[in-house]
Design a protein around this ligand. Structure first.
Ligand code: C5P
Length: 227
């Protein structure tokens, strides 16, 4: 890929998961943080960080409701229905990126990602990296499970992976076509399966994923500026 600055960037914000682990009836991405739904925050971060347009992948029964979150962005945000697995939701989103040459894939469950991280990922792809992931160091000690006991591992050899992950759009399409029904945890892993090197850039602790109720409390405090 040649590096030039005017390639169109589309972001796929995957938001089709349920809120089960958070104990909510509505989908996780619709939960408000300081009055703004997670999916809206995540989408705004993509646009502020340099994405030209966003495909929001919503739970099938919620596409209309999610659409209402974006009435002020109709020309730049499109809401579509997602699939069973995260990778199905990404694949469905990919069908709507049009002629964009760079694609970001971002979890709506990471609503507080700073726009400068989005920009950092886009720049790395613009400069020629086919697949880019933001990472942060592993701070806890790690142990490997061995039947009934555990053994310590060297945590300095591990990194925690965040989103948005950025890709040359053509390569991500190839990776998804190759993946078929095989399950992958993320798109970078899928690219590696077709021998595409994955480049890392520094992530940020604010890009944390909201998974448990305590994460929501933390996000609320941060978003209100109380932290
Ligand atoms: O469940 P987890 O938090 O790991 O999901 C990561 C992201 O993938 C979430 O933003 C979730 O909404 C999205 N997802 C999706 N479609 C699915 C499953 C998860 O868009 N079928």
């Amino acid at each position: 890929m040649t590096s030039h600055g005017n390639q169109e960037v589309a972001a796929i914000v995957v938001a089709a998961g349920s809120g089960v682990r958070l104990g909510h009836e509505s989908p996780k991405a619709a939960i408000e943080i300081a009055g703004i739904p997670m999916v809206t925050r995540a989408t705004q971060a993509m646009l502020s960080g340099g994405a030209n347009k966003v495909i929001v992948v919503a739970p099938e029964a919620w596409t209309e409701r999610f659409g209402q979150f974006f009435t002020h962005y109709v020309d730049r945000v499109r809401v579509i229905a997602g699939g069973l697995l995260r990778q199905d939701s990404v694949r469905l989103g990919l069908a709507h990126i049009g002629s964009a040459e760079i694609v970001l894939v971002h979890d709506a469950a990471r609503p507080l990602v700073p726009p400068f991280i989005v920009d950092r990922v886009i720049e790395a792809v613009r400069e020629g990296a086919p697949a880019v992931i933001p990472v942060i160091p592993q701070v806890d000690s790690l142990r490997r499970i061995r039947r009934s006991w555990t053994v310590a591992v060297d945590r300095s050899t591990f990194l925690r992976v965040q989103t948005p992950q950025g890709f040359d759009a053509q390569i991500l399409r190839q990776a998804h076509a190759h993946a078929g029904d095989k399950e992958y945890t993320d798109d970078a892993t899928m690219c590696e399966a077709i021998d595409v090197p994955v480049m890392t850039v520094p992530g940020d602790s604010l890009a944390f994923k909201i998974t448990e109720p305590m994460d929501l409390v933390l996000a609320e405090v941060i978003a209100r500026g109380e932290a």
